[in-house]
Design a binder for this molecule. Structure first.
Ligand SMILES: NC(=O)c1ccc[n+]([C@@H]2O[C@H](COP(=O)([O-])OP(=O)(O)OC[C@H]3O[C@@H](n4cnc5c(N)ncnc54)[C@H](O)[C@@H]3O)[C@@H](O)[C@H]2O)c1
Length: 324
């Protein structure tokens, strides 16, 4: 598999490390800042060409797959360009940051001979695969998810695009908490309605976007809380109340039923920060298995747009009920 990467930043390195380790042929790297592309080529000892124009790279190299590892506002146009040129594309989350772009992406996907995958890598974590299977034969009465993490000014100073509505498209929800909210809708289904509130209570002087969010979905069928205001990163938690009265919780790689661990995954090591998990390895390998077989990937545009629709509705809600 000959692959290209767009975006030689933090997550671009995770993709490069995963691909190199997996024996993929990385033929080119693009970054708008050419020195960054050259830097990672050297860092990972690659025989790859550096580009600063992604369109030129894709049309020249025509890879089997391109990985989009750029800021949020660029995802839609890059996905559409790759699909329109029949190049398989694996995009980092979020799929996009605007409602209009969802339809444009789905249209490009329909008329392309290539496939689209989106990096919702936590769906590949063993404890999440376990709970998906476990809940398939259970009735959930109500559920709550939460992600309580710490992000400070230094975090937002890492990139011009961070912390702004136009370029990040939101804050804690569309960036850090997207994975956990996606797991909830994957396990429980897309809600038919929600009412929600967001605020910026921590870094008003540094970012425009929200750093706290609460969503009430289907009148309490499931709720979600996320913040980056905490003093530390706490383990993400998903809690389910079942119709037999039991409480099942997924946290820190474990699934706990009424206080007893019923599943534990050994902490697999991935590349990059601990909070990314190790799912990139499984997801990237699975994506290319689908490319080889010429089959659609299960986290495609439609699947990845589900959580985006919940997030964009949350941003609109301002405490009012919204029908999805
Ligand atoms: N799946 C995960 O767990 C996970 C974790 C971290 C980041 N991400 C996602 O990865 C994406 C990138 O995040 P990051 O932290 O690596 O950001 P970053 O700022 O470190 O890297 C982005 C890179 O894209 C480059 N770039 C910007 N515009 C470009 C253009 N037009 N053409 C080519 N290159 C361009 C920048 O120069 C930079 O090197 C975001 O969507 C983020 O949400 C996902």
């Amino acid at each position: 598999m000959k692959v290209c990467i767009i975006g030689a930043g933090i997550i671009g390195r995770v993709h490069l490390a995963t691909l190199k380790n997996g024996g993929y042929d990385i033929i080119a790297v693009c970054d708008i800042d050419l020195s960054r592309a050259n830097k990672v080529i050297e860092e990972f000892s690659l025989q790859a060409k550096a580009y600063s124009d992604y369109k030129e790279m894709l049309l020249t190299e025509r890879p089997d797959g391109v990985h989009i590892c750029t800021p949020h506002y660029l995802h839609a146009e890059m996905i559409i360009f790759a699909l329109n040129n029949d190049i398989n594309v694996l995009c980092e989350k979020p799929l996009c940051i605007k409602t209009d772009d969802i339809d444009k992406i789905l249209l490009a996907e329909q008329s392309s001979n290539a496939i689209l995958g989106v990096c919702h890598q936590n769906r590949y974590n063993k404890e999440n695969l376990f709970i998906k299977d476990y809940l398939s034969s259970k009735k959930v009465i109500s559920a709550h998810g939460q992600m309580v993490w710490h992000r400070d000014k230094a975090y937002y100073a890492q990139g011009e695009w961070r912390g702004k509505w136009d370029t990040e498209g939101g804050g804690v929800l569309i960036n850090q908490a997207l994975h956990t909210l996606d797991l909830m809708q994957w396990l429980l289904g897309v809600p038919t309605s929600l009412s929600a509130t967001i605020d910026n209570v921590h870094l008003k002087d540094a970012i425009e976007v929200e750093d706290v969010a609460f969503i009430n979905m289907d009148d309490g069928r499931y709720t979600f809380f996320a913040t980056t205001c905490a003093g530390a990163d706490f383990p993400v938690q998903l809690t389910f109340k079942l119709d037999d009265g039991s409480i099942v919780q997924v946290t820190d790689g474990n699934v706990i039923k009424d206080g007893q661990v019923i599943f534990s995954s050994l902490t697999d090591l991935g590349f990059g920060k601990e909070c990314y998990g190790s799912g990139h390895i499984a997801l990237i390998n699975d994506f290319y298995a689908h490319v080889k077989d010429g089959k659609k990937f299960f986290i495609d545009g439609k699947e990845a747009s589900k959580v985006i629709k919940i997030i964009l509705a949350t941003y609109q809600s301002k405490g009012n009920k919204i029908t999805l």
